[in-house]
Design a protein around this ligand. Sequence first.
Ligand code: HEM
Length: 293
Amino acid sequence: MSAEPGCRPVLQARLLFLPPTGAPFESSTDHTDDHTTGERTCQEYDVFGTTPVDPQPLFWYRWIAGHQISFMLWRAMHDVVWHHPDDVPSERELDMLAACVDSYSAMLLYSSTVPRDHYHTNIRVLMALQHPSFSGAWAPDYRPIRRLFRGKVPWLDAPACRALGEAVARNGTTHSHIADHLVPDGRSLLQQSAGAPGVSVSREKEDLYDNFFLTVRRPVSQAELVAQLDSRIVELAADLRHNGLYPEVDGHHHPVVTAWSGTPMRPLVDGVVRTLSRATRLVSEMRLEEARS
Ligand code: HEM
């Protein structure tokens, strides 16, 4: 089915507000309705766009928004993982975690739809100017949930965690795939630079990372986090509806994963908005649940 492309969306990267790493959410009296607007927005889009795009603003927007959305998903996951150091989370919490992991995988795919040449001459150059060893390993919100992605939480092998385990494995496959796709020689900036991966990340590096992705640390309520997630989904859906997942750049498409490939990433290709909207609803419901209890 072909999605109605609609008018050209204004895609402007915006500041993201997140609590300092490890700080709890600010309490809030805001009881907005439990239907996130992301689920009401059109979730259909064409995988291959037919409207020629201006690559500079579009792929900059996707790189920043895709990362910011990942940070919010990581932060939402952090609360559940933190509350369950040893015991298996509830069914609803596991469902929410799996949806967030799959949504992060969808964001890896969305961010890396940038054509490889454009990535190397624009985005990667800017990240290297920010710091020669710039790395995803510096992401402040990833650190507290890294052990989940590394399979190090003690309950991940429990039968109830099967879907979550599969989502984590899919995420590893997606990260390796997009890394190989954009940087076929396989060497990250961190590995290419003189700096070896450090065991700990300095506060300065975390700030440089936040700063690149327009992320400001200040007290934020869970309601505000959900609202920021929700508004970005609406923008992302408009982008995909107008430009397709793989936009037409100078008469060519640059697919990362094709819908007909047999990989476990395949359902993400036409399900980016659906996956993300569902995760946002589950995060939002968890917030309301906590607010009621
Ligand atoms: C699309 C957006 C991307 C995101 C959100 C992302 C995220 C991350 C995160 C969170 C880590 C830390 C993993 C850990 O400590 O366990 C990481 C590490 C890493 N990423 Fe990515 N990544 C992205 C793109 C890429 C690309 C394009 C490459 C291509 C080379 C890449 C290669 C690596 C490598 C080799 C590491 C290991 C540490 C290092 O050498 O920097 N990633 N990434």
